[in-house]
Each structure stands twice: as structure tokens, then as C-alpha cells.
Design a protein around this ligand. Structure first.
Ligand code: SF4
Length: 454
């Protein structure tokens, strides 16, 4: 992708944490970790560090590079820290709603990726018991719920267990509690979270690409329903509930960076295999295979390899503007899209093109892309999509449009083809997509088959 990024499901947030025995300057490492996770959220960023039991927090709206500078990082001294990048699907984008959240009195800080589905009743109960809320995000409910259980004289492990057994939804969370770094993954493993190590320091991160950035070693994924506690450089973990494996398949299709490995799935290899399967399932004669940059590229290369039709670049993407979908106003989005992508005319003129993308949500932007290709002389544009038709919205923290805005929930493939003005249109099958991951069906596929783990 992201030519038509305003037309895609949108991720919400990335989390990162480090426990170091000796290094008091970990805020710089967190900064680079968040930089590597920037694709998961561009609306806000924050870091909390623990310095001798005092939590120091800095956060703001904007990109990681806009929020932090050397002086700010220099003041964030401490050996245990967490960080967050935000994309808002719940609660407005403002300073209050950026994370990590902090409760300094109780020496707790929390950063959350995900979405809770049973918040109203819990929030009302907490309000009645006198707990205050300063944000409009569901993550604060988790923090207050933990404090509630802790105030019931539970040991912190029991309080964590009660908290995460009470909430329902998708979540990957990093927390500082006192001098401990803690990671929690929801019972379905919808959101990713993994553990790494560098020079004896432990790292928790939404995606392993942040470990690569820091030249840290990947240790393992946090299991669904697992709480991991890093304390005095020892790792303890326990399972707090029954669990299944239902990673959001969109992590594989689009959200995750292609140099990440999630739950044993190499994202790049999986996307490329999807392209190979797509070529087997939906062959067509053409002159070139082309991708919508950048997340369509691996699938297009796979399609090209299998079909023996050469791959060619069709677009130049301007890398220096943000992902267009973070702009809330439709007008701004449109302006930026024009800035963002230009075509390479000589690769397009008089060519029969197979255009590969990872998904179609509303269909508006792929339509404009096809128009652009045809205006620049493309003879034919055959569209191949490396995920099945998205027919159902997501209730688990991915900002997909309402059902009636999803083009595939209202139209069959032939009428979508006509609407977007493609010469042919085909999607990978659901079985083909699952096969491309190299795993059995260990995914949430709700937006394709209306079957949600929760
Ligand atoms: S419904 Fe779709 S976007 Fe939401 S978690 Fe499931 S697969 Fe992911």
C-alpha cells in the first residue's frame, strides 16, 4: 500500500517497553523502538521511565520525531520504561488521550494497543466507587480497574489476573508497576506482542521490527492469555485465563511492517506467498505486474514470480509525507494523495497491467488509481487483491468503516469491477490466504466471514 491509505482498515497503536539492569538512558532506545513502530500510529507518542521509583512521563500529539528531541530524552532518565504510538479509533486525538497513562501515586504506567468491548458497565461501576477518569480512552478503564483490585488488598499478580479476566476485547499492553516491566496479551492473541533481549536487557514490543532496529535478539511471542513480568532481570510468566489463537489476519495482510515476524509468521514471505497463490487462482495474460506501494509489493512480486510476467514499478511514492489516512478531513486526504503518488509513465503506456493490492475497503481510491493508469495510457488494468472481499466491520480495535460503507458487503465482484473500472477483478480465496501464512487457521477472520473470536 499506501496509495489509497484512506481507504484501508486502520490500526490502533504500537507499544514498547524495556527493562535494563544498569542502563539509565533507555529513553533513547524507546525512542528508536517507537520510531520502528511508527506505522502503527501517527497521531501521538509518549514515553514513561521509572527513575528510582518515580515515574517520569512525556507525551504529545504528532509523530515520534515531532514529539521528542534530544533535550526531552535527556531528561527522561530511568532503567525501566514503556512507550506508545497512537492511532485513535476510540477517543479524540488530544494530549489527554495520548499514552502511556500514568498514575504516579501508585507508581503505575500503562500503554495499550487494542479495543475493549465491555467498557461501559465497568466504567460505571468504577465511577460509582469514586474512581476518576481524565481521558476518553478505554485504556484508562484498565488502569483504574487494576487500582480497584489492588485496593481490595490483592497482591499485584492477583490484581492483574482479576483485571484482565474482567475486560473483554483485544489488547496488547505494556505496564510499569513499581520496579517491574509487565506485558499482557489478550486471550485470543488478536494483537501481537513479543519479547526480545539485548545485552541482558529485556524488551517488549508490538512487532519484532523494533528489535531489528535496536539489533536486539528475538526471544519469543507472548502467548495469548499470558502475563509476563520482568523483575530484577528475571522473567516470570503465567497464564491468566483460557486462551485460543486468533491473531488479526490484517496484521499479516497489511498492518505489520514487512520485516516483522509475528507468531512465527514472516510477514514478507507470507505476503509474497499470497501473491503466488493469487496468480495460481486467478491467472491472466498481461505485459507487467505492478503493485500499489508499499504493502502490495510483496504480493505483486509473488504474482510475477508465479506467472512469469515481469514486475515493474508503476508509481513513485513521496516518502516525506505522513500516511494519508491519519488526516481526519476528507479534503486534506485528497490533497495529500495527489502529492503522494505519481506514475512512471513509460512503464504504463500501452501496457496490459496486473495491478496488485492487499485489500479493497470502500473502493474509492483503487478506482482513482485505475483512472490514473488509464489516463497515462494503460491498455488494460486487471486488479488482483491479496485478501478476500471485506464484507464485515471490525469490532476489535481496527477502524474499518461501517458495513454499508464496505463495497464488498453491498456488491458482488462483478459489480465492484464495473464500479472501479477494472478490466478484470479477482480476490484471493480465504483458504488461499490462510495457506499463505503457513499456519492452520489461527486467525480472526471476522471481516471476511463474520466470525469473531469475541
Ligand atoms: S475483524 Fe478483521 S480487522 Fe478486526 S481483528 Fe478480526 S480480522 Fe482483524
Amino acid at each position: 500500500m499506501i496509495l489509497n491509505s484512506n481507504d484501508k482498515p486502520k490500526e490502533k497503536c504500537g507499544v514498547f517497553g524495556i527493562y535494563s539492569k544498569e542502563n539509565n538512558y533507555i529513553s533513547e532506545l524507546i525512542y528508536y523502538g517507537l520510531y520502528a513502530l511508527q506505522h502503527r500510529g501517527q497521531e501521538g507518542a509518549g514515553i514513561t521511565v521509572n527513575n528510582n521509583s518515580l515515574l517520569n512521563n512525556y507525551k504529545n500529539t504528532g509523530l515520534v520525531s515531532e514529539v521528542f528531541n534530544e533535550n526531552i530524552l535527556k531528561d527522561l532518565l530511568g532503567n525501566i520504561g514503556i512507550g506508545h504510538v497512537r492511532y485513535s479509533t476510540f477517543g479524540e486525538n488530544n494530549l489527554y488521550n495520548t499514552q502511556p497513562l500514568v498514575c504516579n501515586k501508585n507508581k503505575i504506567s500503562l500503554a495499550h494497543n487494542g479495543h475493549l468491548v465491555n467498557i461501559n458497565s465497568i466504567k460505571n461501576k468504577l465511577l460509582k466507587k469514586g474512581y476518576n477518569f481524565h481521558t476518553s480512552i478505554d485504556s484508562e478503564i484498565i488502569l483504574n480497574l487494576y487500582l480497584f483490585f489492588k485496593n481490595c488488598n490483592l497482591d499485584f499478580r492477583e490484581a492483574l489476573k482479576e483485571t484482565f479476566n474482567s475486560i473483554k476485547g483485544s489488547f496488547s499492553i505494556v505496564m510499569i508497576i513499581g520496579d517491574k516491566l509487565i506485558g499482557i496479551r489478550d486471550p485470543y492473541g488478536i494483537k501481537p506482542l513479543c519479547l526480545g533481549e539485548k545485552n541482558g536487557d529485556y524488551i517488549l514490543t508490538s512487532e519484532s521490527c523494533a528489535l531489528n532496529t535496536l539489533e536486539a535478539n528475538f526471544i519469543r511471542d507472548i502467548n495469548p492469555g499470558e502475563i509476563i513480568i520482568i523483575d530484577n532481570n528475571k522473567i516470570n510468566s503465567f497464564t491468566y485465563t483460557e486462551h485460543t489463537k486468533n491473531l488479526c489476519i490484517f496484521e499479516i495482510i497489511y498492518f505489520a511492517r514487512r520485516d516483522s515476524i509475528i507468531d512465527g509468521i514472516n510477514i514478507y514471505a507470507s505476503r509474497k506467498r499470497a501473491g503466488i497463490i493469487l496468480a495460481k487462482e486467478s491467472p491472466i495474460d498481461a505485459d507487467i505486474v505492478m503493485a500499489i506501494p508499499t504493502s502490495g509489493v510483496a504480493a505483486a512480486l509473488g504474482y510475477s514470480e508465479e506467472s512469469k510476467i515481469p514486475y515493474a514499478e508503476g508509481f513513485v511514492k513521496n516518502e516525506y509525507i505522513g500516511r494519508t489516512f491519519i488526516q481526519p478531513k476528507q479534503k486534506t486526504r485528497k490533497q495529500k494523495i495527489n502529492i503522494k503518488l505519481n506514475v512512471i509513465k513509460e512503464n504504463i503506456k500501452n501496457k496490459r497491467i496486473i495491478l496488485v493490492d492487499d485489500s479493497i475497503v470502500r473502493g474509492n481510491t483503487i478506482k482513482k488509481t485505475i483512472q490514473k493508469l488509464k489516463l497515462n495510457g494503460a491498455k488494460k488494468v486487471h486488479v488482483r487483491i491479496s485478501s478476500p472481499p471485506i464484507k464485515h466491520p471490525c469490532y476489535l480495535g481496527i477502524n474499518t468503516p461501517k458495513k454499508n460503507e464496505l463495497i464488498a458487503s453491498n456488491e458482488d465482484i462483478e459489480s465492484i469491477r464495473k464500479k472501479i473500472d477494472a478490466d478484470t477483478l479477482n480476490y484471493i480465496s480465504l483458504n488461499g490466504l490462510i495457506q499463505s501464512t503457513g499456519k492452520d487457521n489461527e486467525f480472526c477472520l471476522g471481516c471476511f466471514n463474520n466470525e469473531y473470536p469475541i
